[in-house]
Design a protein around this ligand. Structure first.
Ligand SMILES: Nc1ncnc2c1ncn2[C@@H]1O[C@H](COP(=O)(O)OP(=O)(O)OP(=O)(O)O)[C@@H](O)[C@H]1O
Length: 308
């Protein structure tokens, strides 16, 4: 039995169109399944939790949506040992699918799930907030504080994204907003503690990303060489750059070349703590759950069992 969690609105309606295609194929092959559509933010978390409580033994949960929907599902799973995850990407960014080479074609992605050739055990990340009222957030692909999270905040409320999605160009919005936001950057000052040891206090921090997979923002290679099964976060810390240098830096991220630029620190670790001088936007898989001034991010090694 397969349990499908579908975001019909992912990539401005691509989700529902992909689901019709997938459903037809499931019915044609007489596959047993349940299907739940998400109706609002946070719903995929509730649905995943419900499936985990309702069914005994290993649960085959298949997510049809974007990175944000997959993120919500991860946050609804408490016991990863009892879940086998499949993923049919229908978002606008699809950064996790890009990293794992999951087919873009929903029928090909489905047939890999129905006749699995390969399982992988993947790390996930978890972000903790020192503010008492904020719950921790798991993430599958990327996280960050500062500029990249601010871009996500603006992308999420963007009407232009919906329009561009209709032409299959939704991810262009990340680039457009990223360039626009350079003009109004509000830098942070932050103390960074890596695996329990103080690394330093940094002025004019642009962003600090904690990555499991290489990509964020629809294919930006923030963490080249990130290995989702090495039990480590790949961290990119950018500080002390002028606005002009930041504008020059942005295109280099597409190819992952930014890590060679002065002002960019790139390293791996198990956990990182960031104490900023004020609250700033954070993101987990492009979703923006909070503004925080003090976060910790850890890597939980090889917990997600996924069909690819
Ligand atoms: N029925 C719905 N109507 C509106 N929004 C929804 C619905 N179901 C889920 N959502 C919201 O959609 C967002 C996630 O979308 P998702 O990541 O699947 O697609 P995307 O944004 O197009 O892709 P990507 O994250 O890869 O860019 C989440 O914020 C989620 O809460």
């Amino acid at each position: 039995m397969y349990h499908f969690i579908i975001n019909p609105k992912s990539s401005s309606g691509k989700g529902i169109r992909y689901w019709w295609t997938v459903k037809k194929e499931l019915d044609r092959q007489n596959i047993e399944y349940t299907a739940d559509m998400t109706h609002h933010e946070g719903h995929a978390t509730e649905l995943a939790r419900k499936i985990c409580l309702q069914y005994i033994g290993i649960k085959n949960i298949v997510v049809l949506g974007g990175d944000g929907t997959l993120n919500e599902v991860l946050n609804g799973i408490d016991n990863f040992d009892e879940v086998l995850l499949g993923y049919i990407p229908s978002g606008s960014s699809n950064d996790l699918a890009r990293s794992l080479n999951i087919p873009k074609d929903p029928i090909k992605a489905l047939s890999n799930i129905l006749k699995p050739k390969k399982f992988v055990y993947l790390d996930y990340g978890e972000m903790f907030f020192k503010e008492k009222d904020l719950k921790s957030r798991k993430f599958g692909c990327s996280s960050g504080i500062g500029y990249d999270a601010n871009v996500c905040v603006e992308v999420q409320s963007s009407e232009l994204k919906k329009k561009l999605n209709r032409f299959g160009a939704g991810k262009l919005i990340y680039l457009a907003i990223a360039i626009k936001q350079v003009l109004g950057i509000d830098f942070l000052n932050a103390t960074v503690i890596v695996d329990g040891i103080k690394k330093g206090t940094y002025k004019n921090v642009l962003l600090i990303s904690g990555m499991i997979h290489p990509f964020e923002g629809g294919g930006l290679k923030m963490a080249p060489g990130a290995d989702p099964a090495d039990g480590k976060l790949s961290v990119c810390l950018v500080h002390g750059l002028s606005r002009i240098l930041i504008l020059l830096l942005l295109p280099t991220i597409i190819f992952g070349k930014h890590i060679h630029i002065k002002g960019v620190e790139y390293f791996k670790c198990s956990n990182i703590e960031i104490i900023a001088d004020r609250k700033a936007a954070v993101h987990t898989d492009g979703e923006t759950p909070a503004f925080s001034s003090h976060i910790a991010i850890r890597c939980v090694p090889r917990k997600i069992r996924m069909i690819i």
